[in-house]
Design a protein around this ligand. Structure first.
Ligand SMILES: Cc1cc2nc3c(=O)[nH]c(=O)nc-3n(C[C@H](O)[C@H](O)[C@H](O)COP(=O)(O)OP(=O)(O)OC[C@H]3O[C@@H](n4cnc5c(N)ncnc54)[C@H](O)[C@@H]3O)c2cc1C
Length: 419
């Protein structure tokens, strides 16, 4: 294996892995660097998929406990087996991350395991867990390093009693009292999981409404539904302090009045920040904004030729389907840039707002490939031919897997189900 690639992508979340597959299908020799030990990024491992698996299981538990009797189905009081519920979630995650590994193998993408750092345009250093490092040459580099939970000043996350979304996806018992700091969709989603399983959940939000990135009316309607199911809200309220007692966590709140609140577990969910440190961006002069997001133009190019960025690492909504399908315009500029922008462009297949099954998307992609590679569009440069494009089909194995787990590759960016 040579260490020279047409495209090197840093990060294998929905931004990075989709870009890698498209680049490879377009005939570019592609490597994807991922440090997590599993492909799929935040979304598959500790985000969308893991949380949706728990939402589904907790919904079934709540339904069995509260609503089946209304239909004349008497099953007695359901008993929670949390370990099995978590085991199912882990199986769903493993199945899907292995699916991405399969797509990498099928498309001949090299997964380079370790942490990537850009030493210079066209040069990436990868440090492995054993301190060994390897240098890779790249025609173009794509930063797809995603995001991490934002910390709350003065509050230390131990992922046991004071947790981020990652810890909230893996609690080993149902907390009696859970306080969620932040009324965004991640906090509400995980709050409703634990509330359905029996926790008393209180959401503290500094604004006077929940889900600030959504339509105000939707937020009000959602709050009404969640309140009806037992969730409490303290809006226009700030957490001024969090103390750790022997058994309790004590929160001091500042709102219309000062009050304290006790909890067994506190989930800090006040948003996410781009994960762009330690990539060596300052040293090579890649511009970032005041929030640390990489600044790109509408073809995803940074200010340094040959370096691109996508997904949560750039400006825009931090959502998986956005990472997969960033808007782009037809490219201009240097051939290298045009070639990679064409790869990015090729990610934009479906009509905005409409999701197609992955097999259909990929078939459409190969049709689009013919359009991009040649005939007819003088704006699109030719893509170097490297054998036939692989168009993965939904195999009967993957359909069986989808039936078993309830998730398929096309579920990866499905909208959040109603709590
Ligand atoms: C609990 C939760 C629920 C969510 N639910 C939804 C949802 O329902 N719908 C939705 O659209 N979005 C959801 N999201 C957001 C979604 O997960 C992100 O928007 C999406 O994962 C962003 O994709 P990405 O490819 O930009 O980055 P990520 O998925 O974060 O992937 C980046 C990858 O890069 C790796 N990496 C970082 N730095 C390096 C480095 N230097 N070298 C090598 N590898 C590196 C990381 O290990 C990571 O695996 C949710 C997030 C969370 C936390």
């Amino acid at each position: 294996m040579s260490d020279r690639y047409d495209v090197v992508i840093i990060g294998a979340g929905p931004g990075g892995y989709v870009a890698a597959i498209r680049a490879a299908q377009l005939g570019l020799r592609t490597a994807c660097i991922e440090s997590r030990g599993r492909l799929g990024g935040t979304c598959l491992n500790i985000g969308c998929i893991a949380s949706k698996a728990l939402l589904q299981s907790s919904h079934k538990f709540a339904e069995a406990g509260r609503h089946l009797a209304e239909h004349g189905v008497k099953i007695g009081k359901p008993e929670l087996d949390l370990a099995s519920m978590m085991g199912r979630k882990d199986n769903v995650v493993t199945t899907l991350t292995r699916g991405v590994e399969f797509l990498f193998r099928k498309n001949k993408i090299d997964w380079v395991k370790g942490k990537g750092r850009i030493a210079a345009p066209g040069r990436v250093i990868v440090s492995g867990t054993d301190d060994a490092s390897q240098e890779i040459e790249a025609g173009s580099i794509v930063i797809a390093t995603g995001s991490a939970s934002s910390p709350l000043t003065g509050i230390e996350i131990d992922e046991k009693r004071v947790v981020s979304s990652t810890g909230a996806l893996a609690l080993d018992r149902v907390p009696g009292r859970l306080v969620v700091i932040g009324g965004g969709y991640i906090g509400l989603e995980l709050g409703s999981v634990w509330q359905r399983l029996g926790a008393k959940v209180t959401v503290v939000e500094v604004l006077d409404h929940i889900v600030p990135n959504m339509d105000r009316e939707l937020g009000t309607a959602l709050q009404r539904v969640l309140a009806r199911s037992g969730m409490e809200f303290k809006l226009a309220t700030k957490v001024a302090d969090l103390r750790t007692g022997e058994d309790d966590l004590i929160l001091e709140l500042e709102g219309a009045e000062r009050q304290s609140l006790t909890a067994d577990v506190v989930l800090v969910s006040i948003g996410r920040r781009p994960y762009t440190e330690a990539l060596g961006l300052e040293a090579i002069g890649v511009a970032r904004d005041e929030h640390g997001r990489v600044v790109v133009d509408d073809g995803f190019a940074t200010n340094i030729p040959g370096i691109y960025a996508i997904g949560d690492a750039i400006r825009g909504p931090m959502l998986a389907h956005k990472a997969e399908e960033r808007e782009s315009r037809l490219p201009n500029g240097s051939p290298g840039r045009r070639r990679l922008s064409t790869t990015m462009q090729s990610q934009r297949w479906s009509t905005p707002g409409r999701r197609l099954p992955q097999s259909v998307r990929l078939k459409k992609n190969s049709r689009r490939l013919r359009f991009l590679t040649g005939s007819g569009d003088s704006r699109s440069p030719p893509i170097p031919a490297r054998g036939p494009t692989v168009t993965p089909r939904a195999s009967s194995r993957s359909s069986r897997r989808a039936r078993r787990t309830g998730y398929s590759a096309s579920t990866l960016s499905a909208p959040m189900p109603a709590p």
